[in-house]
Write a protein that binds this ligand. Sequence first.
Ligand code: ATP
Ligand code: MG
Length: 418
Amino acid sequence: MLQSQLFTKTRREAPKDEVAKNAQLLIRAGFVHKELSGVYAYLPLGLRTLNNIIQIIREEMNAIGGNEIIMPALQDKSLWEKTDRWDDKKVDNWFKTEFKSGGETGLGITHEEPLTNLMRDYVSSYRDLPAYAYQFQTKFRNEMRAKSGIMRGKEFMMKDLYSFSRNEAEHKIFYERARAAYIKIFERLGLGDCTHVVFASGGIFSRFSEEFQTVSDAGEDIIYIDERSGQALNKEVLTDDVLKELGIARESLVEKKSIEVGNIFNLGTKFSEPLGLSYKDELGESHSVVMGSYGLGPTRIMGTIAEVFGDERGLVWPEAVAPYRVHIINLATDDEEVNRVANLLYDEFLDKHIDALYDDRKGVSAGEKFNDSDLIGIPLRVVVSKKTVAEGKFEVKERMSGASSMISREELFIRLIK
Ligand code: ATP
Ligand code: MG
């Protein structure tokens, strides 16, 4: 991508009412646009980053047998009445509206109800199970708190997978695979070291669900980590009974603020029973399907990465999610030889499918180009200037470590082609 063709511009200041670091940096760098409080548009750099996060999640969901679908945002009220989740007194964050033809609808807050209902068309026998369906879909929630930037949107992207199993034992096998897949996802996203699997409330078989929590001062949750066993629990389940059950001593707990980036739940037959999703076993006997749900927030994860790695100069993207791998900075766009070398490098990157952003802008000072590059946060910066051309080398700098060096073209490509 030629930076001269990128319609977004960096800006020195974030909107005054934007208090979250993630949104401040993402807006200043031109990744997102604030439409309304808690409502954001994803711009070219932001969309590339989000798509990289989505792709990592998609690969791991496919690897455990997930079938990708997309469910509608508009909801069938009657399904939500069956599970008693339509009434505003039961669920207080619906966006509801009316059809001109009559009747109410709401914008999906989650998708257990419609997917359970949909599966009735495909599941009738034990031979049809287990089944796993997932989607990347925009959820709508009338959230009260909107101080966390893209980490708490009123409209946000969720990856929600639902598992349909014959019994608890079969459910358990998949649950463990999903848990392992989540751990792998956070490792691939660069968040492995600061993300913990945490006991939380809301399980059906065991009394816990499990949350994936990334330690950060920007978090809205409080977790306790037992540094000896590596176990962790959400403050909401911290009682003497629970500590005893988990074999944890209160003294060994360390309190941290954290961001809930994902969660996995066993749902039992909580949805399949009221919605009538059942199957017949080998003997012709009918059973309710045993379900699980597995949520992840790609937009919240993007905000989390901005919070965890961002510094005083701007965003810092781990290699796997960065919008581009390399940022070429041409410091002498009026010099024929410098242009030739920089253009050639960009063409070679295109040729070798190495994603590069090329700052080819004319009339922009070196200082401004460096500031913008720091703000955007691409992992590797490659400077082409009269000095580097004279030496026959490139000046490279890593955004995350700050390490810089002069290297040859060959060394540069060895480094980028792994
Ligand atoms: P929270 O307690 O933070 O409100 P939740 O328990 O409501 O989260 P779920 O309904 O389980 O979250 O949603 C699954 C995932 O979707 C969460 O783990 C999170 O990553 C993401 N998510 C939830 N609410 C939001 C939101 N308002 N904005 C962005 N991502 C969200
Ligand atoms: Mg919530």
